[in-house]
Design a protein around this ligand. Structure first.
Ligand code: ADP
Length: 492
C-alpha cells in the first residue's frame, strides 16, 4: 500500500505530546511491513533551520485557490525519518512563529485549512508522481483534508480514489469555529448540517474528519467505547455511536518506538541497563536525585511524572492528596508545562518541601528520559486518557506505573498481585484522591518487599507495547478503508 500519514506534530521534528511519538514511529514500522509510507506535516522554521534534518526544497510554488477568490502560495520541502520521506508543506504566511515545539500550534482555522488543501495539491506537484492509496489524518488539525478530498476532488481521476482514515488521539480538542469560515475555506454552505460539519452551531474540524473519512479509529479499545458515552464523548458521543453502528470505528492501542526508548541504549541516561541486569538503574536513580537537588538516598522511592500540566492529567487529585503524600517516605520528581495555575502550584510545593519534591517547568526530552530511568514509580492519575504513552515508556524503563483505570491506561496497566506475582503496576478506579493514596500505599508496600519488587520490575520490563504490535492493526484498518472507498466508488 502507498500510505500518506498527515500530522501537525511528528517526532523528532516537532513534539508537544503523544501524537508526535506515534506519527514518528508508525511510518517506520509500516515501512518494515513492506508498505510505501510517506509523511506530511506543516513546515515549521525550527525544522527548516535545523542542520541535522538536511531539509531541501522540492516544490517552490503551488497555487491554492482560496474561498474569497484569492490565491495563496504553498511550498514543499523534504527531509527523511530514517528512510521514510517527509514532506514539509508550508507557506510564507502560516506556521512561521514555530521556532520551538511550544509554538507549533497556531490559533485559528486558516493555517489548518490551508495545510489540508496544500497537502492534497502537493500530490499533483511532486516529481516523480506519487499518489497514495490511503491518507491517514490525525486529530482536528487535519480534519478538513478528507472533506476537501471528497467534496472537491471526487471526480479527479487520480485523487478521487484515495481512501481516508481519521485517528482521534484526543477528543477534547475539536477545532470549533464560526459558520463564516466555510465560505472563506472554499466549502459549500450546505456542509453546515448536523450530519456533516456542524456541531452545536459551529463548524467542527474534528467532526468533519470523522464524518468524511472512510474509517475512524482511536488509540485504545477502552477509549473507543468510552467516547460513545455522555461522560467521555465531549458532545460527539451521538456521532461516535452512529459511526460505531456503521462499523466504521476501531480502537488500536498505540505503541512506542523501542529503538528510541531503550534503557540499554540511551545516550540521555547515566548508565545503561536491561531487564536481565538492572544494576544501571540504581545509578540512574542517584544521578536523578542529585540533578534534581534531592537527598541521594537509595532507600527512598522516587515517583516520577512527565506530563502536560492540564486538568486531563488528574493533577487536582494529586493536589488533594499532597498533605498525605508529604508524610510518606518518598520523593516526587515532576517535569511538565501547561496551565499556569498548576505550574505555580507545583513550584510552590517544591519550595515548601525541598527535600521531597523537585519541579522542572518546561519541555525537555532528555530530562524526561532521565526521569523515566531514574524513578521507581511513574504517576498518571488521569481524569481521561485516550491511550497514554508515558506509562508505556515507564514500563520500558522499569519505572512502575501508578495509574487510574481509564482509556488506554486500563488497557496496558494491570494491578500487581503479590500472591500470584502477576501485574505490572498499580491501578485505581474512582476519580478520588483517597483511591489514589491507597494505590500509592500498595505501591510503597511492594517497594518495601524485595521479592515483590524484583517480580514487578521484571513484569513491567517484559510488557510489550512497541509500535510493531499496532502497525499490523493499522495495516488492516487501511485495507478496510480502501475496500469501503472502492465500494462507494462502485455504488456511485
Ligand atoms: P499526551 O499526548 O496527552 O500529552 P501521552 O502520555 O500520550 O500524553 O504522551 C506524552 C508524551 O510527551 C510522552 O512521550 C512524554 O514523555 C512526553 N512529554 C510530556 N510532557 C513532557 C515534558 N514536559 N518534557 C518532555 N517530554 C514530555
Amino acid at each position: 500500500m502507498k500510505i500518506l500519514i498527515v500530522s501537525a506534530e511528528v517526532s523528532p521534528f516537532a513534539k508537544v505530546g503523544g501524537l508526535a511519538d506515534v506519527a514518528g514511529a508508525l511510518p517506520k514500522e509500516l515501512t518494515k511491513l513492506g508498505h510505501d509510507v510517506r509523511v506530511a506535516m506543516p513546515s515549521y522554521p525550527m525544522i527548516e533551520n535545523d542542520a541535522r534534518y538536511n531539509v531541501r526544497p522540492i516544490v517552490d510554488d503551488i497555487s491554492i485557490c482560496w474561498g474569497d477568490g484569492s490565491t495563496k502560495h504553498a511550498f514543499v520541502k523534504t527531509t527523511t525519518l530514517d528512510k521514510v520521506p517527509v514532506y514539509l508543506v508550508g507557506s510564507d504566511e502560516y506556521f512561521r512563529e514555530a521556532i520551538e515545539s511550544k509554538k507549533i500550534y497556531s490559533s485559528g482555522w486558516e493555517p489548518y485549512a490551508f495545510f489540508a488543501k496544500a497537502t492534497i495539491e502537493m500530490l499533483k506537484n511532486i516529481e516523480p508522481k506519487w499518489i497514495p492509496d490511503v491518507i491517514h489524518v490525525n486529530d482536528w488539525h487535519t480534519g478538513f483534508l478528507p472533506v476537501y478530498l471528497k467534496v472537491n476532488y471526487s471526480d479527479d481521476p487520480e485523487l478521487g480514489h484515495i481512501a481516508t482514515v481519521s485517528t482521534i488521539h484526543n477528543l477534547a480538542y475539536q477545532g470549533e469555529f464560526d459558520f463564516d469560515i466555510l465560505a472563506a475555506a472554499g466549502l459549500p454552505s450546505d456542509l453546515f448540517a448536523m450530519d456533516k460539519l456542524e456541531c452545536y452551531g459551529r463548524v467542527n474540524f474534528l467532526k468533519a474528519g470523522l464524518v468524511f473519512s472512510d474509517m475512524v479509529n482511536t488509540v485504545s479499545e477502552t477509549y473507543a467505547c468510552e467516547i460513545q458515552t455522555d461522560e467521555y464523548g465531549c458532545r460527539l458521543d451521538g456521532l461516535l455511536r452512529h459511526i460505531a453502528y456503521q462499523d466504521k470505528l476501531r480502537g488500536i492501542i498505540n505503541g512506542i518506538d523501542y529503538t528510541i526508548f531503550d534503557p540499554a541504549n540511551d545516550s540521555a541516561i547515566k548508565a545503561a541497563y536491561r531487564r536481565t541486569d538492572t544494576a544501571g538503574k540504581a545509578k540512574c536513580k542517584s544521578a536523578l536525585q542529585k540533578e534534581m537537588g534531592l537527598p541521594t538516598k537509595k532507600s527512598v522511592p522516587v515517583i516520577g511524572m512527565v506530563t502536560r500540566l492540564t486538568d486531563q492529567k488528574g493533577l487536582d487529585l494529586i493536589k488533594k492528596a499532597m498533605p498525605k503524600l508529604m508524610k510518606e517516605n518518598l520523593q516526587l520528581v515532576i517535569l511538565g508545562t501547561g496551565d499556569p495555575v498548576y505550574e505555580k502550584y507545583f513550584t510552590q510545593q517544591s519550595k515548601k518541601y525541598p527535600e521531597k519534591i523537585s519541579v522542572t517547568i518546561g519541555f525537555n526530552a532528555a530530562l524526561a528520559q532521565r526521569i523515566y530511568a531514574g524513578s521507581d514509580f511513574f504517576l498518571m492519575p488521569s481524569r481521561f486518557e485516550p491511550c497514554g504513552l508515558g506509562q508505556m515508556i515507564a514500563l520500558r524503563y522499569g519505572s512502575i506505573p501508578i495509574v487510574r483505570r481509564t482509556g488506554g491506561l486500563g488497557d496496558t496497566i494491570f494491578e500487581f498481585n503479590p500472591a500470584k506475582g502477576n501485574g505490572n503496576g498499580f491501578v485505581f478506579d474512582k476519580y478520588d484522591s483517597k483511591e489514589l493514596t491507597s494505590a500509592i500505599d500498595r505501591a510503597l508496600a511492594a517497594y518495601a518487599d524485595p521479592a515483590s519488587w524484583l517480580k514487578i520490575v521484571g513484569n513491567a520490563m517484559r510488557s510489550d507495547y512497541s509500535t510493531k504490535r499496532c502497525a499490523a492493526q493499522y495495516e488492516s484498518l487501511y485495507k478496510t478503508a480502501m475496500d469501503r472507498r472502492n465500494t462507494q466508488a462502485l455504488a456511485a
